[in-house]
Design a protein. Structure first.
Length: 153
């Protein structure tokens, strides 16, 4: 099987869709494009009914934002002496992706002995509890729990 190379038109369509996503019409469920976006795309003739798989992957990767830490969560982690490096943040992001794929809104993510409460929609850790502070704690206002994948050995 050969390497999949996107056409310039596919890349243009994918980028344009991310820059000018369709917006819901406030009068109903119809979808409309922002002013000027449809005319420019139509004039160029670049839009296709079925963009290539590359466009799908590009849109997915560019649309995914990294997981952020709220000020409160940063303070809680610092007080507990927990540092989240690039590897931990990547695993946290994967856990949030899993929660999002299941329709979660507020999730408890267990990551290496630290409990993180995450707003899945905003991709933001809102609070963190680590070590002994977890004992006897009741986590409320969550609709899911995800145990993050193990750290590579």
């Amino acid at each position: 099987m050969g390497t999949l190379v996107p056409s310039a038109a596919d890349v243009t369509v994918a980028v344009r869709a991310m820059v000018h996503p369709p917006a819901a019409d406030p009068r109903g469920g119809a979808v409309r494009r922002p002013q000027g976006a449809a005319g420019a795309a139509g004039a160029m003739g670049a839009e296709k009914a079925h963009p290539s798989p590359f466009c799908d992957v590009l849109a997915q990767e560019l649309g995914r934002s990294p997981v952020r830490l709220s000020q409160h969560a940063q303070e809680r982690l610092q007080t507990s002496g927990v540092a989240l490096g690039a590897n931990e943040m990547q695993r946290l992001g994967q856990a949030v992706d899993v929660a999002a794929s299941k329709g979660a809104r507020q999730s408890l993510v267990l990551l290496d002995g630290t409990a993180l409460i995450v707003s899945v929609k905003n991709r933001t850790v809102v609070t963190a509890v680590s070590g002994e502070r977890m004992r006897g704690n009741v986590f409320t206002n969550i609709d899911s729990a995800v145990i993050a994948g193990e750290a590579p050995r």
